[in-house]
Design a protein around this ligand. Structure first.
Ligand SMILES: Cc1ncc(COP(=O)(O)O)c(C=O)c1O
Length: 372
């Protein structure tokens, strides 16, 4: 049997007709840049995120970069984030002209350890970027008071967590409604993925919304008149049409991922060399990834590969140890929880269409490796 890490072709077989019909309408219109599908998607994603505005941009990376640029960060300004995330979280802080400051993560959820955030605040700290990793939210009710006490903007990296929720004071709060601004990615492998790159900023701050809207079109609210230097970062109409067609399925897809995750966790019970993912009890996880921690991770991975099971390591090297950030001066051992996670994590196949026989095959591969 072959079980890929992700099977986008299965999704396409199920709903390709619906998506193609919407794409065909864009082709008929011959209006490929911004336009009605982008405006419609902006409204839908803002509503999903309980935010006032959505601004479609070219990628999840730009959905973080443009709100950071809207903060007018100055050289030497600091932005606190996680070292255990996709590179863009910190790369955008650097590219916005500020200095990334990394604090360690919680060992169970892999999300930012909030207790360490406040200790890292200095007079130069301007913002914090919580990353809602693998599909579950950071403990925002603990982070927001820290940000408020120190006057920090909160730029949420929700690239992996669209539609994820957290119960705060008896109310479900979603990714995108709690920070100053939030970035989503529509990279094809995401829970809501396009047919190419795409992203969206959501915010309820009208000033940030206006700035981001301007920055995505070379800094001009009016064509050929430029108030500031921006860039070309527009969501194109074909991507928006694909995403609008897929959006009605998102909640059921995420529920299916959650069900598969629960199945894996039950099936792996008793395999002592494996720690299954921890969901913070306040969170409704969307399982963008199902990430175990395992002894002899690399050997396990090779064993599963040989058996035809796709896996991935998110992430093999924490960001504070990336060569490009040598200038920040972090040594090995500086953020031990993230470093240990990088040695032990392994993402297993998870996608809505994943069948029980396939899941059982993955688990039997893990059990046979450990003789469990
Ligand atoms: C946590 C995180 N941040 C940022 C990004 C950047 O998104 P994109 O690849 O759409 O630029 C991604 C996705 O790749 C991500 O997973």
């Amino acid at each position: 049997m072959n079980v890929p890490l992700l099977d986008l072709a299965a999704q396409h077989r199920a709903i390709g007709d619906v998506v193609l019909a919407r794409v065909a309408a864009v082709v008929e219109s011959q209006q490929f840049i911004l336009g009605p599908p982008v405006a419609d998607l902006e409204v839908e994603i803002a509503a999903l995120s309980h935010a006032a505005s959505g601004i479609g941009v070219a990628s999840g990376t730009d959905a973080l970069l443009l709100p950071l640029k809207a903060l007018d960060l100055q050289p030497g300004d600091e932005v606190i984030t996680s070292p255990f995330t996709f590179f863009a979280s910190a790369g955008t802080i650097h590219n916005a002209g500020a200095r990334p400051v990394f604090v360690d993560i919680e060992p169970d959820t892999f999300n930012l350890d909030i207790a360490q955030v406040e200790a890292a605040v200095t007079p130069r700290t301007r913002a914090v970027m919580p990353v809602h990793l693998f599909g579950q939210l950071v403990a925002m009710e603990r982070l927001l008071p820290v940000a408020e006490r120190h006057g920090l903007a909160v730029i949420e990296d929700a690239c992996q967590s669209i539609g994820a929720r957290r119960l705060i004071d008896g109310t479900w709060r979603v990714a995108g409604e709690l920070g100053t601004a939030t970035g989503f990615s529509f990279f094809p492998t995401k829970n809501l993925g396009g047919w190419g790159d795409g992203g969206m900023v959501v915010t309820s701050d009208p000033r940030i919304a206006e700035r981001v809207r301007r920055l995505r079109t070379h800094g001009g609210a009016k064509t050929y008149y430029h108030d500031e230097v921006g860039t070309n970062s527009r969501l194109d109409a074909i991507q928006a049409a694909v995403l609008l067609a897929k959006l009605p399925f998102l909640a059921s897809w995420s529920a299916a991922r959650r069900a598969h995750a629960a199945w894996y966790t039950a099936a792996l019970a008793g395999v002592h060399a494996v720690r299954t993912p921890t969901t913070d009890p306040a969170n409704e996880h969307i399982f963008h990834q199902y990430v175990i921690s395992a002894d002899r991770r690399d050997d396990l991975r090779a064993h599963l590969t040989a058996a035809g099971v796709g896996t991935a390591v998110y992430y093999p090297r924490p960001l504070h140890r990336q060569r490009c950030f040598d200038y920040l001066g972090y040594q090995e051992g500086a953020l031990p929880v993230a470093e240990a996670a990088a040695r032990r994590v392994l993402a297993l196949p998870i996608y809505p269409e994943l069948g029980e026989a396939q899941r059982a095959y993955v688990v039997s591969g893990i059990r046979s490796f450990f003789g469990a």
